[in-house]
Ligand binder design. Structure first.
Ligand SMILES: [Fe+2]
Ligand SMILES: [Fe+2]
Length: 199
C-alpha cells in the first residue's frame, strides 16, 4: 500500500519528466507482459474429459496395430503387451472412478453404462490372464487378439454413443478432464503395484 501511494504521489508531481517516466514504466510493463505471454502459451492446455479418453483410445489402438505386425515370441512382444495392459488398466480405472459415475448421473442411461462396465470386466479378465503368460504359451496371441477386438468394439460404442450423449449435457468436461488427468498421472506412477494386484 505504501509503495502504491508513493508512486502515485510521484506521478502526480508537475515535473517535466513525470510523463516520460510514466510512459517508460508503462512500456516496461507492456514489454514484461509480452515476455510473459509466450511462457503461458507454452503450457499445454488440460484436455477435456472426452478429448483425454479419445487420445487414450487412439494410443492403445496404435499399440494393437504394432502387435499385429510383430513376428516371433520375443521380449519386445512381451514388453508391448505389458504396455497395452498397463494403458488399458489405467484407462478403465479413470473411466470407472471418475467418468462413468459422472456420465451415469448426467445422461441417465443406466443400460449403456452397465454394458460398458461389463465390457471392462471382460477386458480385465483377459489382461489378468495375459499378465500371467509369456509369449509362445498357449492362447497368448489369441488372448491379445480377442482383447484387441473387445476394445475396438468398446471404443466404438463410447465414441459413437456415450461421448456424444455426454457432450449434450451440462457436465463440466474441462474440470472432469483435469481431475482425470491428475488421477491418470498418479496411477501411471504406481503402475507396477497396480499390475501386480490385477494378476
Ligand atoms: Fe474408453
Ligand atoms: Fe471404457
Amino acid at each position: 500500500m505504501a509503495k502504491t501511494s508513493s508512486k502515485s504521489s510521484r506521478a502526480g508531481k508537475p515535473s517535466a519528466f513525470a510523463g516520460t517516466s510514466t510512459t517508460q514504466k508503462l512500456a516496461g510493463k507492456k514489454a514484461a507482459a509480452k515476455r510473459a505471454a509466450p511462457a503461458r502459451a507454452r503450457t499445454p492446455a488440460t484436455p477435456d474429459a472426452v478429448a483425454l479418453l479419445r487420445a487414450d483410445h487412439k494410443a492403445v489402438t496404435e499399440l494393437f496395430g504394432k502387435f499385429e505386425k510383430m513376428r516371433g515370441d520375443t521380449p519386445q512382444k512381451k514388453a508391448l503387451v505389458e504396455r497395452i495392459c498397463n494403458e488399458l488398466t489405467v484407462h478403465t480405472e479413470i473411466e470407472e472412478e471418475i467418468f462413468y459415475p459422472a456420465a451415469r448421473a448426467a445422461i441417465k442411461d443406466d443400460d449403456m453404462l452397465d454394458e460398458a462396465q461389463v465390457e471392462h470386466n471382460g477386458a480385465k479378465q483377459l489382461i489378468a490372464d495375459l499378465r500371467g503368460l509369456q509369449p509362445g504359451e498357449d492362447m497368448y496371441d489369441a488372448k491379445v487378439t480377442v482383447l484387441s477386438e473387445y476394445i475396438k468394439h468398446h471404443v466404438k460404442e463410447e465414441q459413437n454413443e456415450m461421448f456424444p450423449k455426454v457432450k449434450k449435457t451440462k457436465l463440466d468436461l474441462k474440470a472432469l478432464g483435469a481431475q482425470m488427468l491428475a488421477r491418470k498421472q498418479e496411477l501411471m506412477g504406481n503402475i507396477d503395484k497396480i499390475s501386480q494386484q490385477s494378476r
